[in-house]
Design a binder for this molecule. Structure first.
Ligand code: AKG
Ligand code: FE2
Length: 322
């Protein structure tokens, strides 16, 4: 079953995972269309317990309300480097990164450093969320592969995506108090370095994607649904058939905004190259094959490219002029 949410000209499909093994072909084709045109869609009945979001949000309030000296123990010049302070991505953005596959250990290291003591209840929640996200990412990629061609999920899911890993970013946006008169960017325009990204945004909304003709369109919060977007790695792997869209976050109210983004990525050493079947007969390659880590380094080597003004995407890195 697939419904569509309409907004100006933006019609994003909602992928219902009630029966993930039995997806109708009309659903696959509207999903594929959305991935080609917008690079965004929603997923619902994804099986993630709602109370996990609530608990992670509590955790987020807890850590981000700590003093900045404490948070900077995890900052860019610390050993762990899991905290991104204000003024890197934007003046209103700060985040904490938790990496898989051992989300428990990764979060424990940060929490121990912040609080000087164990808080296993938080690490357990983050581990549970990470496990859910790893499974969900794989299911979604399986369905996207199916939409690209009959049997492609059998052919490519394990062989190409079998070693994917994931990490999450817990984000706290704190807009200035005059935001109402003057809408501000909480996170500037960028594309994601992932295969796919799965985002929970709170009820305030503010996520926007850029259409092919350059218009900013709202990705509304949609109850019980998560937002999925195609990242640069998938755009390159599909030879541009799937779109990694530019997006950003705008803050329109003087309220904190919470989001939780999960990035599912190829392993560092993977060579990203579109298989011949994906390329299709007679189509030129529009990306040079590249090693995943080299692209990540390219983005990270540039403070701006990391959070990414446009001009620092996979097109600039590996695009071929054809
Ligand atoms: O905060 C959001 O809603 C999206 C964040 C995002 O695009 C990102 O972290 O890459
Ligand atoms: Fe993003």
């Amino acid at each position: 079953m697939m419904s569509e949410l309409e907004e100006d000209s933006l019609k994003l499909p909602v992928l219902d995972l009630t029966q993930p093994d039995n997806i109708e072909s009309s659903v696959l084709s509207s999903l594929l269309k959305a991935c080609q045109e917008w690079g965004f869609f929603y997923v619902t009945n994804h099986g993630i317990p709602i109370n996990l979001f609530t608990k992670i949000r509590e955790f987020s309030n807890h850590i981000f309300s700590l003093g900045s000296d404490t948070k900077l123990k995890l900052g860019p010049s610390s050993r762990l480097k899991t905290y991104t302070p204000h003024f890197i991505a934007s003046p209103y953005f700060e985040s904490l990164r938790v990496s898989g596959p051992d989300f428990f250990d990764s979060s424990k290291a940060s929490i121990d450093e912040l609080f000087g003591q164990h808080k296993p209840e938080f690490s357990e929640i983050l581990q549970e969320y990470g496990n859910h996200m790893m499974k969900l990412s794989k299911r979604i990629i399986e369905i996207i592969l199916k939409s690209l061609g009959t049997g492609y999920e059998k052919k490519f899911l394990d062989s190409e995506f079998g070693n994917c890993h994931g990490y999450m970013r817990i984000v706290n946006y704190t807009p200035p108090s005059n935001v109402k008169e003057n809408q501000v960017e909480g996170l500037g325009m960028h594309t994601d370095m992932s295969c796919i990204t799965i985002v929970f945004q709170d009820e305030l909304g503010g996520l926007q994607m850029r259409s092919k003709d350059g218009k900013w369109l709202n990705i509304h919060p949609c109850k019980n649904s998560l937002v999925v977007n195609i990242g640069d790695l998938m755009q390159a792997w599909s030879n541009g058939r799937l779109r990694s869209s530019e997006h950003r976050v705008v803050l329109t109210r003087s309220q904190n905004r919470f989001s939780l983004a999960f990035f599912w990525c190829f392993e560092d050493e993977k060579e990203v190259i579109a298989p011949n079947e994906i390329l299709g007969n007679g189509n030129p390659r529009i990306y040079q094959p590249f090693v995943c880590l080299k692209y990540i380094k390219f983005r990270e080597s540039n403070e701006v490219g990391n959070f990414e003004k446009i001009g620092y995407t996979v097109k600039d890195f590996a695009g071929l002029n054809v």
